[in-house]
Design a protein around this ligand. Structure first.
Ligand SMILES: Cc1cc2nc3c(=O)[nH]c(=O)nc-3n(C[C@H](O)[C@H](O)[C@H](O)COP(=O)(O)OP(=O)(O)OC[C@H]3O[C@@H](n4cnc5c(N)ncnc54)[C@H](O)[C@@H]3O)c2cc1C
Ligand code: FES
Length: 288
């Protein structure tokens, strides 16, 4: 059966968007007990690296399977890719065994992106939960590189425990160097933890930003995003300035198979980043 390939997809991934390109593992960094970051270097000289913050790749563990993983590295760095992954099942556990020099298949980048380049001059509130900080990290790199174009930048981040906080050193460095307001909360504290304990919603209610001139970017468990949206709305941030990254099971990432359907939308093509005003009517319906 012939499948018509949409030109923009073909352009992004070479002539056949279903065929992965080969990458070699550069560095492996253990971020937490169950989460690691892989640095991926292209094997072929012809492979180009270019993506927008918020996009994802399909990573193929040969002989095991393929999974969607957001790109977590710096969009200005065209020499390598970075992906931060939590071990949850068959493919991600196999990926966690990769070592420098091993190879992996990559196709992409796919999907929509965080809209920051169009939103200069505003306050930016970033709300992340758990591994949800990984898809937001490229946008934080972008914001830091263009710091003078934005007003307040606030990161509100919830993790399970202090040991589960991702990119700790980087967050501390950004806070000191780039005037980034970082507030972290954990579900369960530990001895020596002097920060917030509890869910992220109270941080949203207290955070220093001007709701009438704010763009909000959210990624994390849906229950967390649901409560954060309610609090952002209560503070007066309009639906058209809230953006959420959604996850659904994926197979093709090309809009063919329907596995990622979200109401009338496909997360792989229409998302993963959606403006809240586009999905508000389906976001609160658990069965979708
Ligand atoms: C657009 C997009 C971007 C993503 N970005 C990242 C990322 O940057 N880092 C990352 O670690 N993960 C990310 N994910 C989730 C990742 O794709 C899944 O964790 C992965 O597909 C699981 O595959 P597996 O074979 O290891 O687990 P499986 O063997 O398929 O599943 C093992 C267990 O995990 C559960 N599970 C499977 N998929 C998910 C999921 N999406 N969310 C929660 N539980 C799940 C299953 O229900 C099952 O209980 C993303 C998903 C999408 C759709
Ligand atoms: S993953 Fe196949 S249509 Fe989205």
């Amino acid at each position: 059966m012939d499948i018509a390939i949409e030109p923009e997809i073909a352009a992004r991934t070479g002539s056949d968007p279903t065929v992965p390109e080969l990458f070699r593992i550069g560095r492996v960094k253990n971020e937490t007990e169950d989460t690691f970051t892989l640095q991926l270097l292209p094997v072929a000289e012809t492979t180009r690296i270019s993506f927008l913050p918020g996009q994802f790749n399909m990573l193929y563990m040969f002989g095991v399977g393929e999974v969607p993983i957001s790109i977590s590295g710096d969009p200005a760095d065209t020499s390598r890719l970075e992906h931060t992954t939590r071990r949850v099942g068959v493919v991600t556990k196999a990926m966690g065994l990769l070592r420098p020099g091993d190879t992996i298949g990559v196709r992409g980048p796919y999907g929509s992106h965080w809209p920051v380049t169009e939103e200069d001059g505003r306050d930016v509130v970033v709300v992340a939960g758990g591994i949800g900080l990984a898809p937001l990290r490229p946008v934080l790199y972008h914001l830091m590189s263009q710091r003078e174009k934005y007003r307040k930048i606030v990161l509100l981040y919830g993790a399970r425990t202090p040991e589960d906080i991702l990119y700790k050193r980087e967050l501390e460095r950004w806070r000191g160097k780039f005037d980034l307001e970082v507030q972290v909360t954990v579900d369960r504290g530990a001895s020596g933890w002097r920060g917030n304990v509890g869910v992220v919603t109270p941080l949203v209610s207290r955070a220093p930003f001007n709701p009438s001139n704010t763009i909000a970017l959210l990624c994390g468990p849906e229950i967390m995003m649901r409560f954060a949206v309610i609090e952002l709305q209560r503070r007066g941030v309009p639906a058209e300035r809230m953006f959420l990254s959604m996850e659904r099971n994926m197979k093709c990432a090309l809009g063919y198979c329907g596995h990622c359907q979200f109401g009338p939308l496909f997360v792989c093509k229409d998302g993963p980043v959606f403006c809240f005003d586009r999905i508000a009517s389906i976001f609160n319906r658990g069965e979708i």
